[in-house]
Design a binder for this molecule. Sequence first.
Ligand SMILES: NC(=O)c1ccc[n+]([C@@H]2O[C@H](COP(=O)([O-])OP(=O)(O)OC[C@H]3O[C@@H](n4cnc5c(N)ncnc54)[C@H](OP(=O)(O)O)[C@@H]3O)[C@@H](O)[C@H]2O)c1
Length: 272
Amino acid sequence: MESLDVALVGPGRLGSVLLHLLPDSGHRVRAIRSRRPPVGPRENAGPESPVSDTWDAPEPWPRVDLVLVTVPDRFIGSVARRLAEEKLVGDGTVVLHTSGLLTGTILGPCGESGAAVGSWHPLQSFAPNLGKVSLSGIFCAIEGDREAVAVGEQLAGDLGMKPWHIEPGAKVLYHAAAAMAANLSHLLVVEARRLLTTTGLTGEDAAAALAPLMHTSLESALRASGLEGLTGPMARGDLEVIARHLEVLPPHLAAAYEALWRHVSETVVGSG
Ligand SMILES: NC(=O)c1ccc[n+]([C@@H]2O[C@H](COP(=O)([O-])OP(=O)(O)OC[C@H]3O[C@@H](n4cnc5c(N)ncnc54)[C@H](OP(=O)(O)O)[C@@H]3O)[C@@H](O)[C@H]2O)c1
């Protein structure tokens, strides 16, 4: 395994996880750059990590093999310009951002300075309330210049991830699928839980009541290649039950329910 000297820009939710894991996977964090000065102890940084600095009061930045840009998508372009203007990247440097939506081309200014650029996206959500730090077994979508892809693959492999090549033109659809799985399901659980609390359960009991139902459905859906395994009134084509549901749901949920039901009714065969 070749050890990489790494700089990271944007020690937020994902950046902090990477700062924590990089030293354990044999890589050295040489520089951390943030927007605002850190407040309090840096909980997630590895023991050997440097203290983060800001663009306003930058510490000297040693030559690094890899720059990880883990800032929100809307700032990646301006960070790329700054990295190039301040000559922090050049021949022999790989620059990877971690957006699921954008491709490596947003790092154009770094590419024009001689760096190899690409995107490196872990298909996992880093919620502040979970404290989960392992990336082991997580799929990582990688695209970009040849050297950037090679370094991205190495990094993913060293972190125990499953790297895979994505076509740049497929990234938006890929990201929409990920957002549906992670964010729409999150919203549906929150709404279902809220509806249950109006029937007399506490929020905590509502979550406990939903958990086995959701785990079973999720497991079944993940094993299925299509709609087989779907249960409930949609699977049975039970229009009366569906109509009763639509009567009592708030309009935004009724609209989503009905749209999905229309899709399922054209596809589903058999009963659940
Ligand atoms: N969180 C996830 O679940 C997840 C999963 C996969 C991929 N990603 C991707 O990872 C990237 C970061 O997401 P995140 O959720 O980790 O964001 P985040 O928690 O908001 O963290 C972003 C970090 O970047 C810093 N920052 C913003 N602008 C900067 C600049 N110009 N220079 C230096 N630092 C700057 C922020 O500092 P301040 O706090 O001072 O603003 C913050 O520390 C995004 O591209 C996102 O799509 C996120």
